[in-house]
Design a protein around this ligand. Structure first.
Ligand SMILES: Cc1cc2nc3c(=O)[nH]c(=O)nc-3n(C[C@H](O)[C@H](O)[C@H](O)COP(=O)(O)O)c2cc1C
Length: 229
């Protein structure tokens, strides 16, 4: 394989949802997983698990759950409306690409589900009094950062797929019906899923990525002080 540059990968790894049916070799999936586990995690806990689903019947069931969950998502989108930075044409393209996946998630050659084991804090009574007093805040902190120990691995998966000429994207709609997903895959109670990533060779083309410009989103030293790089 000829490696593509890191920046080329970052600038072209679009959310490609239309996939060819061609199978993805297991050794390539292993390389992608090996990139995933290089990611950082809080306390270097590496509490992750990655389920690679290739079984046709399981994918069909997961696809049906994704479809159901996406009906909820689309009702939310309809009310929320178009983000200000998107033109009407861009928004319609985004909606139709998203809608395509509602009916085709289960057709992807591979569905990859990155998961995390729950990592509850030590029991309150084991902590010193000063920590017991702020225990609720600590729980809220834990909730707030939970996904941060798996989403870097997910971004590595996106980039590694790009390097292998494979399409993928992060999707999270299924979390609305996560118990059903867990039942299909036999996932234990103390494990949560964080994404459902369809992987396959793309029908469309990679990149370029259109994003809000830096001068709208980056500040120098203080909030709202324009960054002039
Ligand atoms: C947290 C998160 C959740 C997402 N969930 C979904 C999803 O459920 N379904 C979907 O089709 N795309 C999902 N996406 C993909 C976004 O729609 C996509 O990243 C965004 O439109 C940018 O696409 P682009 O990189 O092709 O420009 C999700 C992205 C993120 C970061």
């Amino acid at each position: 394989m000829t490696e593509i540059g890191l920046f080329e990968a970052m600038y072209s790894a679009r959310a490609l949802r239309r996939l060819k049916p061609d199978p993805v070799p297991d050794d390539i999936i292993t390389r992608i997983l090996d990139a995933a586990i290089r990611a950082p995690s809080a306390g270097n806990a590496q509490n992750w698990a990655f389920i690679v689903v290739r079984d046709v019947e399981l994918k069909r069931k997961l696809g049906a759950i994704y479809r159901k969950a996406s009906d909820i998502a689309s009702a939310m989108y309809r009310v929320r409306g178009r983000p200000a930075h998107m033109s009407e044409e861009q928004y319609q393209r985004f909606l139709s690409s998203g809608a395509y996946l509602w009916d085709h998630m289960g057709d992807a050659p591979v569905l990859l589900l990155p998961c995390l084991h729950d990592r509850p804090p030590p029991p309150r009574e084991d902590l010193p009094p000063a920590m017991q007093a702020i225990y609720e805040r600590e729980l809220a902190y834990g909730d707030r950062i939970r996904g941060a120990s798996i989403y870097p691995a997910i971004q590595n998966i996106i980039l590694a797929c790009r390097a292998f000429g494979l399409a993928t994207l992060i999707t999270t709609n299924h979390i609305r019906c996560e118990e059903e997903v867990k039942a299909v895959l036999g996932i234990p109670d103390d494990v949560s899923t964080y994404a459902m990533m369809p992987i396959g060779y793309p029908r469309g083309k990679f990149g370029p990525l259109s994003r809000r410009p830096i001068d709208e989103v980056a500040y120098a030293d203080r909030w709202n002080a324009a960054w002039h790089g």
